[in-house]
Design a protein around this ligand. Structure first.
Ligand code: NAD
Ligand code: DAU
Length: 367
């Protein structure tokens, strides 16, 4: 018998980077029926789930998680066994320019998901109520910035720095409150930076791969010594499925793969991989590295202590950063049509997040 045989799982944000990896995992490695609930923002791409069209265990619902009536109808129709909440505005630089959307989706949207999940949960019989899980996918950024030593544990106090991480912290608090107050069986996961295939090109790793291929300047923020802790997205998807299946209700699990690297180290590795896989006549890619104005409120270092999920649930990352990054660079070389279509749709790769709100976003800040 396969994991989740006969079960239905709602995945919000399933057309995004991590949500699509979760759905690929559920369709390929489990027996779950999947309903992908996604508003299809700029970050979405249904082509990131190549096995979805015509799949008998997959359904797509174009829905905003802030829309209570539509969520209610989906709960009534599909009677899910679990909901994995990945729908979010996820890019720190965009949150600096326009925080309103982040408050709307990440805070109001999560509140709406909780309310509708609670309403549905109350309609279930005792056995199905005990079985139901709401997994909220959050980030290590809620913990703030580390100094040179130490790691984030599940007990590290929240100290978010950006509008993005503050909105995620707010949503985490809501999820835990719905567990404590109403008994809704929730679990929160806080993971580190994901990377891998189907990653929108605004994020560091795909940004540098695509600019390196085009032989454009590789814009490193500040001094390039900020540290992120990298997790291959497919390792993450497998961890999330395990948490839904076996995680303790009300618990928090940090997810990371002990891959701390400075941004400069990451960019240099990408340059070297590109040089090996597709050498340039103009010289080594490292020549393209340029330092640019720092991000405001830029967290210095993230590092995850993943021992709880490793010991309690037996999860281990399979990719090292070296194997995962090599696979990722190769994927971008082999799948140019995926990211070129994003550029054709209007993504221009220009610097954002310098704290100069665009007019249309600024007028929406109190939305
Ligand atoms: P993403 O930006 O790639 O995708 C987000 C998806 O959510 C998109 O498909 C988008 O259309 C959808 N969405 C946005 N607003 C919506 C709304 N109102 N209603 C319905 N759908 C909506 O994000 P991601 O990188 O896949 O991140 C997924 C989750 O994981 C987020 O909650 C994020 O905070 C968290 N997270 C991401 C990382 C990372 O490195 N990418 C690390 C830690 C945590
Ligand atoms: O830690 C988890 C978080 O990781 C998630 O919660 C976020 O959703 C996800 O976007 C990511 O946030 P970061 O801000 O860490 O990721 P980003 O790819 O934007 O930047 C990674 C680092 O690289 C950061 O220190 C800023 C730097 N950077 C980024 C870009 C896009 C550059 O130096 N140059 C760039 O062009």
């Amino acid at each position: 018998m396969r994991q989740f045989d006969g079960k239905t799982i709602f995945v919000t944000g399933g057309a995004g980077f991590i949500g699509s990896a979760v759905i690929r995992y559920l369709l390929d490695h489990t027996g779950a029926g999947v309903v992908n609930i996604d508003k299809l923002t700029y970050a979405a791409n249904l082509a990131s789930i190549p096995q979805a069209p015509g799949h008998r265990r997959y359904e797509f619902a174009k829905t905003d998680i802030c829309n209570a009536a539509q969520l209610r109808a989906l709960f009534e129709r599909h009677q899910p066994h679990a909901l994995m909440n990945l729908a979010a505005e996820s890019h720190v630089d965009r949150s600096i320019d326009g925080p309103g959307e982040f408050i709307q989706t990440n805070v109001v949207g999560t509140f709406t998901v909780l309310q509708e999940a609670l309403r549905y949960w109350h309609t279930l019989g005792a056995a199905r109520r005990a079985e139901f899980r709401l997994l909220h996918v959050s980030t290590d950024e809620v913990y703030g910035s580390l100094g040179a030593d130490g790691l984030f544990t599940e007990d590290t106090p929240y100290e978010p720095s950006s509008p993005y991480s503050a909105s995620k912290a707010s949503s985490d608090h809501l999820v835990r409150a719905w567990y404590k107050t109403y008994g809704l069986p929730t679990i929160v996961t806080n993971c580190s930076n994901n990377y891998g295939p189907f990653h929108f090109p605004e994020k560091l790793i795909p940004h540098m791969i695509i600019k390196g291929l085009a032989e454009e300047t590789l814009p490193v923020y500040g001094d390039g010594q900020n540290v992120r802790d990298w997790l291959y997205v497919e390792d993450h998807a497998r961890a999330l499925a395990l948490v839904v299946e076996r995680g303790s209700v009300g618990a928090t699990y940090n997810i990371g793969a002990r891959n701390e690297r400075s941004n400069m180290q990451v960019v240099e590795m990408i340059c070297d991989l590109l040089d090996q896989m597709t050498p340039s006549r103009n010289g080594l890619r490292r020549r393209l590295i340029g330092f640019v104005e720092d991000r405001q409120g830029h967290d210095r270092r993230y590092g995850i202590d993943a021992s709880k999920i490793e010991q309690e649930l037996g999860w281990r990352s399979r990719e090292t950063f070296e194997t995962g990054l090599e696979k990722t660079v190769k994927w971008y070389l082999d799948n140019r049509s995926w990211w070129r279509s994003i550029i054709e749709r209007g993504y221009d790769g220009k610097r954002i997040g310098l704290g100069r709100p665009r007019a249309e976003v600024a007028s929406n800040i109190n939305a």
